[in-house]
Design a protein around this ligand. Structure first.
Ligand code: ZN
Length: 350
């Protein structure tokens, strides 16, 4: 099968087209012919190399897959050849203490498709049958792939971990990322009031269209932390979503009300905030809640809302699934001038 792989870590140029053996499903697994695969920041980290992550080379990145079931392994029920599906990238053992509790994103032997194991930049991918969810008739593959990882991540972070309630004030730091555009919509759907910090007027406009109640353009208002503080009448927000990390961490903490929650699923600017003052954490009784991916229950719930049109994935652009198309996607996401998701579309007409 055709795949886009890398043999060594590095820049976008290490991504290359390759011919690899087509994988076939074992017990409990299905083979999916990939029609669309969306990009995540995770793809960039994996390509550059994560110190603790040892990969079987060549590695196939890609966590966000939608396509058609083309082969079903033994001991699979409820999934059939020809089913149009979206894949939940959270792989779990189904047997450990956490899986049995329904906390499968904490699985002791857990993995993420495309990060720890070969993923979706390929014609075919094999996944556990319990990781696929059927698409409604006519639901586009691009939208399903674009929604999958970020809506799961944002839902688990805000609702399951963060316990967001109607009427709460939420600050989202950064406007253009896939998780943030998902988080904004979920927070609005949950009845929260949402303020977003955007990096430029263009992104500010896009965020307004998605329903943000208040937008701070940091190109005009560099001291955005103070602006948030003023917006809340010097009370502070209930919840901050900060996946920027190092560059914004302390400013985000200063925006919280006493007893507020800081939610974190990533750190795109780096992991080590030098100005982190622990005294804020205890004196303001702040909770820092880390979150990764989501449970199967979260996946079913949030994708149901996507299928119903209550939540809509934001797609920046669709690129062809070619060596050049994939490299271009990586360059664009790395450059930061992206609003929403980049999706790779496999051959037309399939
Ligand atoms: Zn497990």
């Amino acid at each position: 099968m055709k795949a886009i792989v890398f043999y060594q870590h590095g820049g976008p140029e290490v991504l290359q087209a390759a011919e690899l053996p087509t994988p076939h499903p074992g017990p409990g697994e299905v083979q999916v012919r990939v029609h669309a695969c969306a990009m995540n920041h995770l793809d960039l980290w994996v390509r550059r190399g994560i110190p603790s992550l040892r990969l079987e080379m060549p590695h196939i990145p890609g966590s966000d897959v939608a396509g058609v079931v083309t082969e079903v392994g033994p001991e699979v029920s409820g999934v059939q050849v020809g089913d149009r599906v979206v894949v939940n990238a959270t792989l779990s053992c189904g047997e450990c203490e956490f899986c049995l509790r329904g906390e499968d994103n904490r699985c002791r032997r857990g993995a993420i498709l495309g990060e720890h194991v070969r993923g979706g930049y390929a014609e075919y991918v094999v996944v556990p049958a319990r990781n696929v969810l059927k698409l409604p008739e006519g639901f586009p593959y691009e939208e399903a792939a674009a929604a999958s990882l970020v809506f799961l991540t944002a839902w688990h972070m805000l609702i399951t971990r963060g316990g967001l309630r109607p009427g709460e004030d939420v600050l989202i730091v950064g406007a253009g990322g896939g998780v943030n555009t998902a988080a904004l919509q979920i927070a609005k759907l949950a009845g929260a009031r949402v303020v977003v910090v955007a990096s430029n007027p263009e992104k500010a406009e896009r965020v307004r269209a998605l329903g943000a109640d208040h937008i701070i353009d940091r190109s005009q208002e560099p001291d955005w932390s103070r602006a948030v503080w003023q917006w809340t009448g010097k009370r502070g927000v209930d919840v901050v979503v900060d996946n920027v990390g190092q560059a914004t961490w302390m400013k985000s903490i200063r925006c919280l009300r006493p007893g507020g929650r800081l939610l974190v699923v990533g750190a795109t600017s780096g992991p080590n905030p030098e100005d982190f003052d622990i005294r804020y954490v205890f004196s303001r009784q702040i909770s820092i809640l880390g979150s990764t991916m989501g449970t199967r229950d979260d996946f079913r719930t949030v994708m149901g809302l996507v299928f119903a049109g209550r939540l809509r994935p934001v797609i920046d652009r669709v690129l062809p699934f070619t060596e050049e198309g994939v490299r271009e996607g990586h360059r664009l996401l790395e450059g930061g001038a992206v609003f929403g998701k980049i999706v790779f579309r496999m051959d037309e007409g399939r």
